[in-house]
Structures are given as C-alpha cells and as structure tokens.
Design a protein around this ligand. Structure first.
Ligand code: PLP
Length: 439
C-alpha cells in the first residue's frame, strides 16, 4: 500500500524505474513510448548522458547556496543564455522551481511595476477561458479551467476571463481568419473598457493553449492585435509559455511565430526537460528599470530560487538542444506527425480536430463529428484513451471533458525532440488503436 497521496487516490499506478531516449520502463518490465513527455516536459528524452554528467559535476561542486548570500555560476550562465535568445526588450531572468511559481512571480512583477510607477490602481488581471496557468492560488485564479477552480473559488482573487482564440470552437462559418482574429481580440478591448483601463494590470495568455484545450494555436494576427491593445492601454502582456515554449513548437519561443514580444514571459517544463524542477520569468528592461530605479528590490522570493542543480540541468538541456540542432528535428518530425495524424484520423468519426505546431499536437475527440458535439463528460473519454494507449505501451496526455460547457476531450502529443520518423509512425498507429478501442 502506498503512503503517497497520489492525485487519483484509487488509481493503480505502475512504478517507473528507468528511462532511455523516448522510452520509459516500469518495474514489471513494460516499456512505453513517452509521446507526451509527461505533460510536455521531457523535451530531450530520458537519461541523456550530457545532462546527467552536468548534474553529477554540479552536485560535486555546489548543490545549494541561498540567494540572499550568493549568486551562483550555473544560474548566471543560464540567465545569459536565455537573455541572448530572448524576444526583443527582454533583459533579465528570474528562476523558480516550476510553472505555477513562475506565474505567481509574474503577477507580482506586474503589480509591483504599477506600484513603482505610481499607478497603484492597476490590479485587475484579464485572462482567457479554457486556459491553464497552474495550481497555486494566484495561478488558479488566473486560469480558466472551471473544473479545477470550483471548490477553491472562495480562496481565489477576482480575475476576469474572455474567450480564447479557438478556431475549431468559436470561428463562425464563413468568417475569415482576419475577421475572427479581430473579433476575438476585440473581446480584450471590450473587457478593458468595461473594467476601466486605469484598473487593468495584466493580460495573461498561452500562445498555444496546452492542457485545457489541447495544443490550440491562435489564428494569424490575433496576438498582434492583442499586443496593440495592451500597448494602447498600458497593460502588461504576460505570455505563458510554460508548456508551449522552449522549442516545443519548432521555434524557441512559441510567440515568435505570432510575431510579438511580451513584457513578461513564463517558461518551465522544457527549460529543464524534467531533469530538475525549474521555471523562470523573463522580464523586460522596462519592468526591470522600474524596480531598479524605484525600491531597488523585487518584493518576492522562495528558498529554491536560482537553485544551482536546477540551473545546471537546464543549462545542459539547452546546450544539447542547440548543439544538436534539435529544433530542426522538431520542425521536420512535427510536420511528419501532423501528416500521419491527418492520414489516420482525417476521416475518423470521433476525431473532430487535429491541430498544433511543431511537436505539440492535439487530437480532439467528439461524439459527433458533424455537430462537434463532445462526448458526455461522465464518460471521461480522454482518460479512457490514456488507459487504452498505456495498455499498448504509449503515453499521451489526456485533457478536457466538458469545460465551461464548451469543448470535448482531447489528447496531447508532445514527444521528445529527438524522436525519429519510425517512432512517430508507431505513436500514431498505437494511438489509432487506443482511440478505436475507447470510442
Ligand atoms: N502554465 C501552463 C501553460 C501550464 O501548462 C502549466 C502546467 O501544466 C503551468 C503553468 C503550471 O506549471 P507547474 O505544473 O510546473 O506548476
């Protein structure tokens, strides 16, 4: 009997013992293709010798030194590296232990920026429905997944939500991408005007929506319009690239494909590739200057910020990705995966949509393809597909049910960047069997 409080208390979980490349192995001798990297975490696959060597070396040298006394070498080197490749205007990095912590820190940076610049009335956060920004209270308040929020609602700060840009669900028949982008972005401007621009602090969005909607990119021009609205009203744009960032979509930052730069960007998962828990906020010079020229401090902090082991792991992961030109493989294998999914599921009666970018693909499951009607939430179809896939030695990340009464179940496919074409083919074959068995 386990003494761990697992997320699903009654689930009988296999015990993971090892991992090599794109494979995970359990203690019963079963092997799985890790086609989701957990939840888009293991971007480099498992057991990469260069990363484990860097971890050993760092553990031998220095495992921990508190940031109120010291900075440290791997954290400084990682910050240099991230800023050298950051979007325009981004000048500094703040290291935490994961995605939720990164969102919490970003929200506080946005708030402190307005306090430092004499706009203390700015406190409202606007975000989007069908989004996920983490499970800590500020992040949960910001996210738009009602299922996760309902019972904790009395503990959550007030936030405001607009519809996401989600073509499969919200683009109207005959509406061009351009008009849809304008309409979806207008929802932000309307909300800003409703609240009063002088009260609005930040707009938070995932460039490609991950866990709650299943790899949903926006249509062209949407984020450019969002950027313009934020600029017009002096609002801080926080792009949450915790899941879609760090190369997953084929460019280092997903938002590069939307042609915009944020004021704050959160990254995590693929930053350390699961070798250590790490996340970061990348912040703009403007925000840094407000702190530096104002109070001279960021009023925040955790025991493990800038953790040397975490930063050393992330540095090694990012060095290998660059050295081995793995983003080129993300693009090539992403196109191959997208093609194969289209061939296998293009006419499937229960697959409504296949979407995504790079090695970040979502397959949406519907009861009725012509009406897009989702399966009954009670069926937990996404969980069934996960189970059927696991029984066939395949890991895909399930999500959905009926969220905000809107969309159906989906599975996310987000394999390591090192995957090859033959393994992609096996992933699609096993996923096909799993979906057929589950529906
Ligand atoms: N933001 C996004 C977009 C995420 O997908 C997640 C996790 O799935 C988080 C934030 C929270 O990250 P963590 O689980 O590391 O706290």
């Amino acid at each position: 009997m386990t003494r761990i409080l697992h997320r699903q208390i009654h689930a009988k979980l296999p015990t993971a013992r090892g991992g090599q490349g794109v494979h995970l192995f359990d203690t019963d001798g079963r092997s799985y293709i890790d086609a989701s990297g957990g939840a888009a975490v293991s971007c480099l696959g498992h057991g990469h010798p260069d990363v484990t060597a860097a971890l050993h070396a760092q553990a031998d040298r220095l495992a921990y030194a508190h940031t109120s006394f010291f900075t440290n070498e791997p954290a400084e080197a990682l910050a240099e590296r991230l800023i050298a490749s950051a979007p325009e205007g981004i000048s500094h990095a703040y290291f935490v232990s994961g995605g939720s912590e990164a969102i919490e820190a970003a929200l506080k940076m946005a708030r402190q920026y307005f306090v430092e610049t004499g706009q203390a009335g700015r406190r409202n956060i606007i975000a989007r429905r069908q989004s996920y920004h983490g499970n800590t209270l500020g992040a949960l308040a910001t996210g738009g997944n009602e299922m996760r929020r309902t019972q904790f609602r009395p503990l959550l700060i007030e936030t405001h939500h607009i519809d996401p840009c989600f073509a499969y669900r919200f683009q109207e028949a005959g509406e061009t991408d351009e008009r849809y982008a304008a309409r979806a972005a207008q929802a932000l401007e309307d909300k800003v005007r409703e609240l009063g621009p002088e009260t609005v602090m930040a707009f938070v969005a995932e460039p490609v929506v991950g866990a709650t909607a299943g790899a949903v990119p926006s249509v062209a021009d949407y984020f450019q319009r969002i950027r313009a609205i934020c600029d017009r009203y002096g609002i801080i744009l926080v792009l949450d690239e915790v899941m879609c960032g760090m190369g997953r979509t084929g460019t280092l930052h997903a938002s590069a494909q939307d042609g915009i730069a944020p004021d704050l960007m959160t990254i995590a998962k693929g930053l350390g590739g699961g070798y250590q828990p790490i996340g970061a906020v990348l912040l703009s010079q403007r925000i840094f200057d407000a702190f530096a020229n104002g109070s001279g401090l960021f009023q925040h902090g955790h025991t493990y910020i800038c953790h040397p082991m975490a930063c050393a792991a992330a540095l090694a992961v990012q060095e290998v990705i660059a050295r081995d030109n793995l983003l080129a493989n993300v693009k090539t294998m992403g196109a191959h995966l997208s093609r194969r999914l289209g061939e296998r599921f293009g006419n499937h009666p229960h697959v409504g949509d296949i979407r995504g970018r790079g090695l970040f693909m979502g397959v949406e499951l519907v009861e009725d393809r012509s009406t897009k009607a989702p399966f009954e939430a009670e069926l937990k179809l996404h969980a069934r597909v996960k189970r059927e896939a696991m029984a066939r030695g395949l890991l895909v990340y399930p999500g959905g049910g009926t969220i905000d009464g809107v969309h159906g179940d989906h599975v996310l496919i987000a394999p390591p960047f090192i995957i090859d074409a033959a393994t992609v083919d096996t992933v699609v074959e096993r996923l096909g069997e799993a979906i057929d068995a589950a529906t």
